[in-house]
Design a protein around this ligand. Structure first.
Ligand code: ATP
Length: 512
């Protein structure tokens, strides 16, 4: 098995074993691509949400929050384009009865060709050493040129084929001889459009029931409240509205744990600007959002921008922040310059004006919007997977440590009496009583202290505080640091300051 797969498996099993994430309704064998956050997961998730909220809302005078309902008037989704165009092209294999996204099958095929080209490049690099000129090699080596142009041609044909009638995509799949990845069968159905929104009904009786959708994104709740917030908050353009909350998508292929879920949480901010100033703000938010990610210290090399060449009809610029997940670089956050598309559409469908009177320009206009949209669950996966480490210690033993950024750790400190007698548990409890007003702290008296350290390492707890017999004499304890395993002897009265210094959001966000 590939190493990457091993790492990913390890992430999933660690999340379950240590009470971070469980499959939903597991007693009934679970529900595909739906997950529950357990006692530690819920704390980590809450801390990520708060870290985002603080940096977006609390730190910006011109950004305010919102908590719109999941259920919205159904016309919202007509106006936003989701009813007509929020589709994925799906294809079924007639033999295996497995369902796939047709575009993903083609993209994966193209990526395999790309991998072949990359292999040739790597080989040449190793052969020629410092003298290697990659640009020249890519344009002159016959095999690489052929691979790369084939890949380009396939992706171009896919893009062209993604129209209402998906016959060309089916033809492409057949022509390339793409087989069911699980069974190898090439017996495909036609490609069909599949709408990703979950439908539901509002109302008591069948006749009067109204068809609704569970929102597939939180953004529309912000758009339809734009004027309410602007007026009641006396907001002046440029200003932003931020929201975190659940979104639902009936994803066709949902395999990668919490990367692609059917029920997930988004953290979105819509920034309303003067028409013509959107590119300035687009670059500002691209830059600011990347800095936010980098402040967590997961490694600069794990992030990259992917600027969209092919734009959605409503956008005039768009980029993803991609993260190096255990299965490769994938979208973590999207930053989109959405023009005035959404507000104009809601004006048209509602018959209401959604405009702003700009006192400086002395004119009315529909603001342009720059959006930042990050998946909370994807953030969780990025943080969790990157933090999970298997270390070999000097004595040859290994330890599993979850090196979470301390600011996000579910529990900030564990207090451990060395033995269960001589008044040590009582002192430990007193320390907890004092610290728990400010931090999540845990108590643990079971097993040898070394085992307890390892348990806290695996949970990502940044500090272990050990109460021993010397504590009885001089009111000092040892404090052990998770990452370095270094222990210091400190006064009980110093504990709060030491912990605060390492976990405070202020200290972490100041790194932005
Ligand atoms: P993808 O291309 O991966 O399907 P998307 O481009 O459709 O994502 P957006 O509509 O831009 O995603 O949503 C914004 C963010 O919401 C994404 O960057 C991602 O972090 C998160 N997100 C979207 N779909 C899911 C999902 N099914 N499960 C978890 N998070 C998701």
């Amino acid at each position: 098995m590939a190493k990457q797969e091993d790492i990913f498996k390890n992430v999933v099993s660690h999340a379950k074993e240590y009470g971070f994430i469980f499959p939903s309704s597991e007693v009934y064998d679970g529900l595909s691509a739906v997950y529950d956050y357990a006692q530690n997961g819920v704390e980590l998730k809450k801390n990520i949400r708060e870290y985002w909220w603080k940096s977006m809302v609390q730190m910006n005078e011109n950004i305010v929050g919102l908590d719109a309902a999941i259920l919205m008037h159904p016309t919202t989704w007509k106006a936003s384009g989701h009813v007509d165009a929020f589709n994925d092209p799906l294809i079924d294999n007639k033999d295996s009865k497995k369902r796939y996204r047709a575009d993903v099958l083609v993209e994966e095929f193209a990526e395999k060709i790309n991998q072949k080209a990359q292999k040739e490049i790597e080989k040449a690099k190793a052969r020629f050493g410092d003298a290697f000129n990659e640009e020249e090699f890519i344009t002159t080596n016959a095999r690489v040129v052929e691979y790369l142009s084939k890949r380009k041609e396939i992706l171009e044909r896919l893009a062209k084929g993604m129209t209402d009638d998906l016959q060309d995509v089916k033809a492409l799949i057949e022509e390339l001889g793409i087989a069911d990845p699980e069974t190898g069968s090439k017996n495909w159905t036609d490609v069909k459009q599949f709408n990703l929104m979950f439908g539901t009904k509002l109302g008591a009786s069948a006749e009067s029931a109204m068809d609704l959708y569970l929102r597939p994104e939180t953004a529309q709740g912000i758009f339809v409240n734009f004027l309410n917030v602007q007026k009641s908050g006396r907001m002046k353009v440029p200003f932003g509205i931020a929201q975190t909350g659940k979104a639902f998508r009936n994803e066709i292929v949902a395999r990668q744990f919490i990367f692609r879920m059917r029920e997930f949480e988004q953290m979105e901010m819509q920034f309303f600007v003067r028409p013509g100033e959107e590119m300035k703000w687009y670059h500002h938010w691209k830059d600011t959002r990347l800095k936010w990610h980098l402040s967590l210290g997961l490694g600069k090399e794990n992030y990259r921008f992917h600027d969209h060449e092919k734009l959605a009809h409503y956008a005039n610029a768009a980029a993803d922040i991609e993260f190096n997940f255990p299965f490769g670089f994938k979208e973590l956050e999207g930053i989109h310059s959405r023009t005035d598309f959404d507000l104009k559409a809601h004006e048209e469908y509602s018959g209401r004006k959604l405009q702003y009177f700009d006192p400086e320009l002395n004119e009315n206009y529909v603001p342009y919007v720059v959006e930042t949209s990050v998946g909370l669950d994807r953030m969780f996966l990025a943080v969790f997977a990157t933090s999970l480490k298997e270390e070999t210690l000097e004595d040859g033993s290994t330890r599993t440590v979850l090196e979470l950024p301390a600011v996000l750790a579910p529990t900030k400190a564990a207090v451990l009496p060395l033995v269960k007698k001589d008044g040590l548990p009582e002192i430990s409890r007193k320390i907890i009583e004092d610290l728990k007003w400010d931090f999540n702290v845990a108590y643990d008296e079971k097993d040898a202290v070394g085992r307890r350290y390892r348990r806290q390492d695996a949970l990502g707890t940044p500090f272990c505080i050990t109460v021993d017999h010397q504590t009885l004499e001089d009111e000092t304890v040892t404090i052990r640091h998770r990452d370095t395993m270094k222990q210091d002897r400190v006064k009980i009265t110093e504990l709060r300051g030491i912990i605060e210094n390492e976990v405070s959001m202020k200290n972490w966000l100041m790194k932005m």
